[in-house]
Design a protein. Structure first.
Length: 256
């Protein structure tokens, strides 16, 4: 095992700022290290710490594995329990500023016009996230492979693959990649405009004119907690699309 650094910079283990465009979310590292220490005292070796601050290396640039916070987190874990068997948990939906600048429309757009994390429907994000996951795993395997027993790729609200903004009462899915993906979902499901019109009970709708349902459409119910397929298939279809899209993002991350 590598020697654990004890310099001043290593104190970043106790506090990490998770930066999202327009927001800064504080995350404490001290709590999970204390839990790992407590678990070690009771003979528990298997731990799954969250590694915040995962780097996104520039396109076409050889990753610099010495310029990141991963070592700080992992060294803290192994200082707490040198025999730990680790399942690192790391988010992949917080790309670096260079990526956000290059792909501003690929960030989640909420109903209130604000932006959030990378959209799970973005083809650019899915491609580049897979690359970054591979980079992170190569780093962890090279430096901590004897302690690694698996990986937990996470993202979105609470890093548990709930749509971003969920806990803030916001509705995601108004970014261009989500609309494009929703249209593709509908084309695959209904094939023809005529079938879409019949399902949605809308004589003028076409695949090209489809829009993401409004918040009012997404929250309206007619029978307790249930929607009426005769009049609310637009919202029903969007919910199905959103669930499939999130599941696809998780699966693609795991395959990376």
């Amino acid at each position: 095992m590598r020697a654990v650094r004890a310099d001043a910079a290593h104190q970043r283990n106790t506090r990490c700022a998770r930066v999202v465009p327009g927001r800064v979310l504080e995350r404490s590292g001290a709590g999970q290290v204390a839990e790992i220490t407590l678990a070690a005292g009771h003979g528990v070796k298997i731990v799954s710490p969250t590694l915040w601050g995962i780097p996104w290396w520039q396109d076409g640039v050889q990753p610099n594995f010495n310029d990141n916070d991963i070592d700080y987190w992992m060294d803290a874990v192994l200082a707490a329990n040198p025999n730990a068997l680790v399942i690192p948990r790391f988010p992949v939906d917080q790309p670096a500023p260079w990526w956000v600048t290059a792909h501003p429309d690929d960030m989640t757009l909420f109903n209130d016009g604000t932006r959030g994390l990378a959209s799970v429907h973005s083809a650019n994000w899915r491609r580049d996230a897979a690359t970054q996951i591979g980079n992170v795993i190569r780093l962890l395997e090279a430096r901590y492979g004897d302690h690694i027993i698996g990986y937990h790729v996470c993202g979105q609200s609470t890093a548990e693959w709930f749509y971003d903004g969920f806990w803030d009462g916001k509705y995601a899915g108004y970014e261009a990649p989500a609309l494009d993906a929703f249209k593709a979902f509908l084309r695959a499901k209904y094939v023809t405009d005529a079938a879409l019109r019949t399902a949605w009970n809308n004589s003028s709708i076409t695949f090209d004119t489809v829009q993401v349902p409004t918040v009012a459409e997404r929250t309206a119910v007619n029978y307790g907690a249930f929607r009426d397929p005769a009049t609310q298939m637009k919202a029903i279809d969007f919910d199905e699309f959103a669930n499939v899209g999130m599941a696809d993002a998780v699966s693609l991350s795991c395959k990376a």
